[in-house]
Design a protein around this ligand. Structure first.
Ligand SMILES: [Mg+2]
Length: 258
């Protein structure tokens, strides 16, 4: 018997634009749970997502990094602004580690307070939390059309599974599985999935993740698509190799013809 066919999707920046939610949730985590002496949270900050946050978002791999970025933006002394943004981005991972050390924070703890901030909003006012997200309806429709063709869909995200599931169910999407950060790295998950499924494609907006998939002998056969509508760095749009394709929302339906 042949293996069941499946299409894989990243969540943030691919199925849903959650920029407003990332800002809101990270700011709330800073205000309620971080106990940092270096910030004061003005309620006006919730109204608008600063450009500096939007511009740094393409570098984010895990949710906890967003708390750290928001903290840097709202610091009372020497905050992260346009003039020092490039310094921050040019050594993104080094700077994240330095800020963790300077504040004696542990990444896992920041991740916990991010999840706690999401849970707080969900318990308090689920609809308002859902409304902070903008789904990409072309992707939602594509997922539905795959299911009609008896092709399964799966979601691999660095978000907590429960949060992705709540949003997908609101959109009437019930994938075969959702794997969050709790389940390991995307490459580990993809490797395991190749043993059970014929993977027809993986749509993701983090180019490095796709490059890793292509460079791993167990997963290199998976067709990889970089979501042009997601959180891309400008440089991500150039220098394609390893058979990764830049995909536009308007070209999604062509993939069904595979
Ligand atoms: Mg993403």
């Amino acid at each position: 018997m042949s293996s069941p066919k499946i299409f894989l999707f990243d969540f943030d920046g691919v199925i849903v634009d959650g920029m407003h939610e990332y800002w809101h949730t990270s700011l709330l985590a800073c205000e309620r749970y971080l106990n940092s002496p270096n910030i004061s949270v003005d309620q006006k900050l919730y109204k608008r997502v600063p450009n500096s946050f939007k511009e740094i978002r393409p570098w984010v791999k895990y949710g906890w990094e967003m708390i750290l970025i928001v903290h840097e933006i709202i610091k009372t002394e020497n905050p992260l602004r346009n003039h020092n943004k490039d310094y921050f981005i040019n050594n993104y991972y080094g700077n994240c580690q330095r800020i963790l050390n300077d504040n004696s924070w542990i990444a896992e703890d920041l991740q916990k307070i991010l999840d706690k901030s999401r849970k707080y909003q969900i318990d308090k006012d689920f609809k308002s939390w859902v409304n902070l997200h903008n789904p990409f309806f072309e992707v939602i429709n594509f997922m539905k059309s795959l299911n009609k063709r008896e092709i399964k869909t799966g979601v691999i995200t660095t978000k907590g599974e429960i949060f992705a599931e709540k949003l997908l169910n609101e959109l009437n999407i019930f994938p075969e599985f959702i794997f969050g950060y709790e389940s390991g790295t995307k490459i580990e998950i993809a490797e395991k999935l190749t043993q059970t499924y014929e993977i027809l494609g993986f749509i993701e907006d983090r180019k490095k993740t796709l490059i890793n998939i292509k460079q791993n002998s167990e997963t290199s056969h998976i067709p990889c698509f970089l979501a042009d509508w997601g959180y891309l760095k400008e440089s991500d749009r150039y220098n394609f190799n390893n058979e990764i394709k830049l995909l536009k929302l308007s070209n999604l339906e062509e993939l069904v013809a595979i």
